[in-house]
Design a protein around this ligand. Structure first.
Ligand SMILES: Nc1ncnc2c1ncn2[C@@H]1O[C@H](COP(=O)(O)OP(=O)(O)OP(=O)(O)O)[C@@H](O)[C@H]1O
Ligand SMILES: Nc1nc2c(ncn2[C@@H]2O[C@H](COP(=O)(O)O)[C@@H](O)[C@H]2O)c(=O)[nH]1
Length: 219
């Protein structure tokens, strides 16, 4: 795990990966932030969610989402294939379990772009591994502007996302960190700092116990 300061060649691979969960009202910038964070951190992978909503222009199957019908989604729920799932804006969204478990076991960190329901479920499922960050927009007026300028949703969809913004923001204090995405570079820098500090946490380095035990045997 490069870049965490505790993982020279001797310790490489001994840290368990962490789950960096980003939530925000729609349009606050979590997708853009998570993609930039990943481009700066090769050890970081994005959790690709499944959804029953239609693809937006330019969205690619398997890169942005796994797009599926409600029937396919419900079959996967029944088969226990999701780490968590929720209904957001009247569509199903869910986190496939297998790729996440594989990445964490390999000691890789995973970023999640999910709503407050998903964040709550993941924190319950894996309290030691989850780090929750809430992204706030500078104002609701600027949030609406960003959704409009993104040019990917109809006016009706933008309206329904704005209607839901306050009920997402209401959950801000369930999160470990809150980042205000006013200036993009500054928000990205704060997110990077959170990631790097969290990587250093004692609990993420189980090898330390054995290391200190050996250290204490020395005269
Ligand atoms: N700090 C910023 N200043 C101005 N525009 C921004 C900033 N951060 C992101 N944006 C722009 O705002 C729009 C919405 O960002 P993004 O799609 O990342 O939001 P999101 O939170 O992932 O939304 P959704 O939940 O709908 O997927 C994009 O066009 C993005 O380029
Ligand atoms: N609980 C989950 N929420 C998810 C997941 N994937 C995405 N989302 C959230 O849904 C809304 C809408 O996303 P959009 O791509 O249609 O704009 C947004 O808040 C996402 O964070 C998931 O797997 N689980």
């Amino acid at each position: 795990m490069s870049g965490d300061g505790l993982s020279g060649p001797v310790f490489r691979g001994r840290r368990r990966g962490l789950m960096l969960v980003l939530s925000s009202p729609s349009g606050a910038g979590k997708t853009t932030l998570s993609k930039r964070l990943i481009s700066l951190n090769p050890d970081l992978v994005l959790s690709i969610s499944a959804t029953t909503r239609a693809p937006r222009p330019g969205e690619v199957e398997g890169q942005d989402y796994y797009f599926m019908t409600p029937k396919e989604f419900e079959e996967k729920i029944a088969a226990g294939e999701f780490f968590e799932w929720a209904k957001v804006f009247d569509h199903y969204y869910g986190t496939p379990k297998a790729p996440i478990e594989e990445a964490l076991d390999e000691g890789r960190d995973v970023v999640f772009d999910i709503d407050w329901q998903g964040a709550r479920s993941l924190a319950k499922e894996a309290p030691d591994d989850v780090v929750r960050v809430f992204i706030l927009p500078p104002s609701l007026a600027l949030l609406r502007d960003r959704l409009k300028k993104r040019k990917q949703d109809s006016d009706d969809i933008i309206k329904s996302r704005m209607n839901r913004a306050k009920s997402e923001i209401e959950h801000w204090n369930e999160y470990d960190y809150v980042v205000l995405n006013d200036d993009f570079s500054r928000a990205l820098e704060k997110l990077s700092e959170i990631l790097h500090a969290e990587r250093l946490k004692r609990v993420r380095h189980p090898w330390l116990e054995g290391f200190v035990e050996e250290l204490m045997k020395e005269e």
